[in-house]
Write a protein that binds this ligand. Sequence first.
Ligand SMILES: [Zn+2]
Length: 292
Amino acid sequence: MQVDFLQREACPLCQSGQSHTLCDLDYDEPKLKAFIEHFYQGRIGKTTLLRGRYRVVKCGQCGFVYQDPILGDKGMQLLYHDWVDQEHSLQKKKNAPAKLYQQYAGQITTLSRLFDKPPAQTRVLDFGMGWGYWCRMAQAHGYDVSGYELSFERCKHARQMGLRVIDNLAQSENQFDFIFANQVFEHLAEPVQVFSELYRCLKDDGIVYLRVPDGRGVDSRLQRHGWSPGFDAIHPLEHINCFTRKTLIDLAASTGLHPFNPPLRLKWGGIRGGIRREISDRWFTTHLMFRR
Ligand SMILES: [Zn+2]
């Protein structure tokens, strides 16, 4: 069996037709083939991907780095339902180190400084909630939380944990104070359309939080050294969009949203770590908030 790939006719961010190639490999290329075989534990047939190529390009206009072509609908379905090992993914989440939960708690503590009302009156959407563990943490902090997720297995698991799962965002216009989208936008074929849908779901002073793999320097490293396993921000098949701080800001600007800095969180007790974190969060990271 072979799957079809889709050409992205223009830059998914700015619609420019000008781009140049940073890397272009057959899925038969030995290093890439070995990586796919190992990562997906042999779940992808030897000839399944041969109609496509692993090609990473950079937009000549806005500088966005993205994969072109990408898997078509059938391939995407197979990727997220069959090729990614669901049980392994769930077990990995269930057995995640304490650090992950501390990170979630930190994000929810930041959330508590954003709105002048009790958590129970703050409506939160976890867009692309996965197995629902961030949602559950937010719920435990008293927030009115809903999750949205395409995977049937993940929705089922989230419901079993007592979470509210939304099936259709079309009925959620103007509903949420805070939308959390962690490690989602790098996977989307149409990031601008999806962002505008989230924008529609935000209340008038709502805030959207985006977090993506850090794509800084990927273009020059690719040009200098070529592709090698471990380039997480351009993971073949899955991370089809590679954002930097600049291109995340461009994405939000497509709806007129601008970056928003949460209130300072310096404390005298940990002033050095606090300053370091503030500097990193304000200028260097690929996790940003935007206020409507
Ligand atoms: Zn562009």
